[in-house]
Design a protein around this ligand. Structure first.
Ligand SMILES: [Zn+2]
Length: 78
């Protein structure tokens, strides 16, 4: 398992997401952003909008996914 923070995935806080692969932590971050915004947390709004844009324009967002995957690969296992 590896740990990546909300901040490392483009968000504003240090909440930690744990997962076996990059997709796990990206999905966890997506969930976290949705929940934070739903709860009225304005600091997560921008990151939430960016993430929503990524799902809508996957081709344009390949660079971001590649970077996130590389960052995940570079982290040491817990
Ligand atoms: Zn966060």
């Amino acid at each position: 398992m590896k740990t990546m923070t909300c901040r490392a995935l483009g968000g504003p806080c240090d909440l930690e997401h744990r997962g076996e692969n990059a997709d796990d932590v990206i999905k966890a971050q997506d969930r976290h952003l949705k929940e934070a915004v739903k709860a009225g947390d304005a600091t997560h709004q921008a990151a939430h909008d960016e993430m929503k844009g990524r799902w809508r324009h996957p081709k344009k967002s390949m660079g971001w996914y590649r970077d996130a995957k590389q960052a995940f690969a570079a982290i040491a296992e817990d």
